[in-house]
Design a protein around this ligand. Structure first.
Ligand code: FUL
Length: 487
């Protein structure tokens, strides 16, 4: 008679004693803490501003008189506010573009704001924008062009010391730096302090990048470093703002260096890849990187910006949108208007997850342990995830919405600390008593947004159709935009 309760008690005790189910092992390269923090930003801005703004050029030759730099009504606050209204999480400023003119009063050159009429030579654009960013809660980064068409010593070893001195100024005097942007462009010809000639450098060896990167690590360990080949974030291979599909977060980094870009591979990444090196999609809100009045009517529309958001952020890359200040030193009204409407549309979409409250079930839950429960995909905090037993690589997950709901956007995310795992998935809707596929994709990664036809259904099924290891997903979300908005 007493045997049954005894067995039950010993089973409960055994369960309590058994070790917790272990999480899945990491797969392939995984992001560093620095990269994980960057993945959370998703959308941030570029500010291209220099002598070019006043000479109406895209690439200054390096012979511009410092006196041309004279914004009539500069406002770092207005620039940062435009970025904030758009929902940007940070700004990266062209502290020095190819013309060599420094937006901060560098002690290593005369070619800077200190010799301009602006604020009688006492101005510092880097200071003002970095301060305004911090006040507004935005991160701040710098672009320091390796190519310098003004410097007399460009092309010689002395230039590397000069470049590093400037980098040290920027990394020590302006608070935390979130990203350092190492551009790869080098057209060869320039002013070079009057030489007016073509200077070619060996892109592989001249800059001695590893020793420059170690300065950044030493002075700003939290800063992400961008170049064609990282080391932390890679170029996406075009300046149109669109990632490949898929756009793997991994790349064989040894094949790349700043200024050496296989654009196809950068656009899609390498799978398998040796390094976690996600892509950044840089694009300007106008045709040019710098402000030109003749482009006032060519500002990207809110719908174009939303489309770019889906083709960058929605493919696991980041969206780096350039906002060029005009000759006043402010973001023009046309741009501000477009940014505000872009944000309004994104908020209208993402403020309401139609999957919230759904009953979530899965064909398998790792060790039948609640910590890996299917419903973790609704938690929305990126910390918990649904996973399966090691040998279950193609599981299914069903969201029962309780009643028919209409959506046209699906949002998926993998749990990045375990690497990029999934290689293909499909989505089905419950229609007329059976499952009907409405979308599929080749990767998930940090964020996968599917923007498609409107679907009305009471149940959605996610099928992982290819994965080398068990999946680990932190998000399955359903969203809708009003049909008129989806042109
Ligand atoms: C390029 C530069 O040549 C452009 O002027 C711009 O700064 C863009 C973001 O990167 O390589």
């Amino acid at each position: 008679m007493k045997i049954l309760p005894l067995i039950a008690t010993s089973l409960i005790l055994a369960a309590a004693r058994s070790p917790a189910v272990a999480p899945p092992l990491q797969f392939g390269p995984v992001p560093t803490a620095r990269q994980l923090a960057w993945h959370e930003m998703e959308f941030y801005g570029f500010v291209h501003f220099t002598v070019n703004t006043f000479t109406d050029k895209e690439w200054g030759y390096g012979d511009e008189a410092e006196s041309v730099f004279n914004p009539t009504d500069f406002s770092a606050k207005q620039i940062v506010q435009a970025a904030k209204v758009a929902g940007m999480k940070g700004l990266i400023v062209t502290a020095k573009h190819h013309d060599g003119f420094c937006l901060w009063p560098s002690q290593f050159t005369e070619h800077s704001v200190k010799n301009s009429p602006w604020k009688n030579g006492h101005g510092d654009v880097v200071r003002e924008i970095s301060d305004a960013c911090r006040q507004a809660g935005l991160k701040f980064g710098v672009y320091l062009s390796p190519w310098d068409r003004n410097s007399a010593v460009y092309g010689r070893p002395e230039y590397i010391a000069y470049y590093r001195n400037q980098l040290r100024e920027l990394l020590t005097n302006y608070g935390p730096i979130s990203e350092v942007w190492f551009d790869g462009a080098n057209g060869g010809d320039g002013f070079y302090a009057g030489a007016r000639e073509k200077r070619n450098i060996d892109r592989k060896t001249y800059y001695d990048w590893p020793n420059t990167w170690s300065i950044v690590r030493e002075l700003q360990p939290g800063a992400m470093m961008f170049s064609d080949g990282g080391p932390d974030v890679r170029w996406v291979g075009n300046e149109r703002g669109t990632a490949g599909d898929p756009c793997w977060a991994t790349l064989n980094r040894a094949d790349f260096a700043p200024g050496q870009a296989d654009e196809q591979r950068l656009n899609r990444g390498d799978r398998p890849g040796t390094d976690w090196l996600p892509a950044e999609c840089d694009v300007s809100i106008r045709p040019g990187w710098f402000y030109h009045a003749k482009e006032d009517a060519k500002v990207k529309t809110p719908e174009q910006l939303v489309d770019l958001y889906f083709k960058s952020v929605g493919r696991g890359a980041s969206f780096l949108l350039n906002l060029p200040p005009d000759r006043r030193g402010r973001i023009a009204d046309e741009d501000v208007k477009s940014l505000a409407e872009f944000r309004r549309r994104l908020d209208a979409i993402f403020s309401r997850n139609l999957a919230a409250g759904a009953r979530v079930t899965a064909s398998n839950v790792r060790g039948q342990d609640q910590q890996f429960a299917a419903k973790n995909v609704l938690a929305g905090n990126g910390k918990r995830y649904w996973s399966t037993d090691d040998d279950v690589k193609t599981p299914e997950l069903v969201l029962d919405l309780g009643k028919p709901k209409t959506f046209n956007i699906v949002s998926l995310r993998e749990f990045l600390p375990l690497g990029q795992r999934v290689e293909a998935f499909a989505l089905d809707q419950w229609k007329d008593g059976q499952w009907v596929q409405f979308a599929a994709g080749p990767s998930i990664g940090s964020h996968r947004l599917i923007r498609g036809e409107f679907v009305t259904t009471s149940k959605v099924r996610l099928r992982i159709t290819q994965s080398p290891v068990c999946p680990a997903l932190t998000e399955v979300g359903l969203f809708t935009e009003s049909p008129t908005q989806h042109e």
